[in-house]
Design a protein around this ligand. Sequence first.
Ligand SMILES: [Zn+2]
Length: 99
Amino acid sequence: MANITFCPVSDEPAELSASDAEFVKIECPRCGQFKISRTALVMIKGQSRADRETLLNNARRDAQGGVGIPFIRNLTYEHQRSRAASTNVSLDCVADNLL
Ligand SMILES: [Zn+2]
């Protein structure tokens, strides 16, 4: 028997198709099937709708060629990765100046 919940990304009624101590699995008519860790589930409530959709899109990209189901693990990981990306940009600039 499926549990009905609200999608943590789109706030629409969705099916809670699986859950354990680590994550829940959501089947949303709008977002599709994805997993979200319990840590992220708590943190994502404070995010804007656009930021939540970005997190899901990032998880979808990461899932390609992997386990197949997008998994939003935590929110700080994404922020760290964007910071790493901007660090790479500045390192490229430094390298250009050296050449
Ligand atoms: Zn949704």
